[in-house]
Structure formats: structure tokens, C-alpha cells
Design a protein around this ligand. Structure first.
Ligand code: S3P
Length: 171
């Protein structure tokens, strides 16, 4: 499959809990490409957690930093990159991803996403009175935009290897 798409970056987009990091890492291993998670890279360069960055600088500044990190990673590729759920929603980051990568939307149903994210409270956007409702609202707002990705993969609750195989077959 690696030869089939040449030396392009592969970027995973989609909501929190869709499995971008886990599936991204497995796809990278299978294709023998380096893997980077943009949230982890942002935390590494800023020496702060995503939650601290949101608290200190707000979402707008976070999105600007995220776009700079994504740009640097894509221009020094090819690699497999998993992005934070809001990256593809940001115009600048989306344009970069569309230009410099094959984009894959890991699409999942609300109940699947909620099951996966509810245990963790590290996501600043879900620190609301009704996080499940917040997730639903984000879904409704963002799904039409994620749909602009080149490839859509249904990230349902099957073995991860199945999702990885479907992704590689779709490249
Ligand atoms: C966000 C998703 C998070 C992180 C930040 C904002 C979003 O990444 O970038 O909390 O806007 O959906 P994950 O999708 O990896 O949880």
C-alpha cells in the first residue's frame, strides 16, 4: 500500500474518542512511516498540557499554535499524523491538511465516542455541565466539515486491526 500512495502524509481527523491516535499509530507501523500525534507534539514544544494551554491562552491561540505545529510536521514528512479533534475544523489547518496529505476521517457514532471519552476528563472542551450533550453539539457542527476529508472510515467497535485494514485498503 505504501507504494500505491507514494510519499504522501496521512492525516487522521475526527472527534475526540474516534481512535485517531491508536489507529494512526497502527497504520504508521504497518506502512513503516513515522507517527506523530499533533496534541502530543504541541505539549512537547510548549511544555504544557493541552488543558493548560486552553486555560492560559484560550482556544484561538491554541488553534494558531496547532496550525503552526501541523504545518511543520506536514512539510517535514511523509508521516502519519493524528490531529486533535478541532484541527480540521480550523480553516488554516484544514487547508494545510488538504494540500499536504491524504486525509482520513474516523467517523463514529455518539454512543461509541461517549463510551470512550467519558472516563477521561482531560479534554477542556468537555468540561461542561452536560458533556455528552456538548459532544453531540460538536458532532452536529463538525460532521459536515470532517466529511471534506478524502476518505471516511467507520470507527465502530470492532477489533482495531479491522479498522486498520480498512484504512490501508482505502489509501
Ligand atoms: C479538541 C480535541 C482534543 C484537543 C483539544 C481540542 C477538539 O484532541 O486537541 O482538547 O477541539 O475537539 P483529541 O481529539 O485528540 O481529544
Amino acid at each position: 500500500a505504501r507504494e500505491a500512495f507514494g510519499a504522501r502524509n496521512i492525516v487522521f481527523v475526527g472527534l475526540m474518542g474516534a481512535g485517531k491516535s491508536v489507529i494512526g499509530k497502527m497504520v504508521a507501523t504497518a506502512l513503516e512511516l513515522p507517527f506523530v500525534d499533533s496534541d502530543a507534539e504541541i505539549e512537547r514544544v510548549s511544555q504544557m498540557t493541552i488543558a493548560e494551554l486552553f486555560d492560559l491562552y484560550g482556544e484561538t491561540e491554541f488553534r494558531a499554535l496547532e496550525a503552526r505545529v501541523i504545518e511543520r510536521l506536514l512539510k517535514s514528512g511523509p508521516r502519519v499524523l493524528s490531529t486533535g479533534g478541532g484541527a480540521f475544523i480550523n480553516e488554516k489547518s484544514r487547508a494545510l491538511i488538504k494540500d499536504e496529505a491524504v486525509s482520513i476521517w474516523l467517523k463514529a457514532d455518539l454512543d461509541v465516542l461517549w463510551e470512550r471519552v467519558k472516563k477521561r476528563d482531560t479534554r477542556p472542551l468537555l468540561k461542561t455541565a452536560e458533556p455528552e450533550q456538548t459532544l453531540k453539539t460538536l458532532m452536529e457542527k463538525r460532521y459536515p466539515i470532517y466529511a471534506e476529508a478524502d476518505i471516511t472510515i467507520n470507527s465502530r467497535n470492532v477489533r482495531k486491526e479491522v479498522i486498520v485494514e480498512e484504512t490501508i485498503a482505502a489509501l
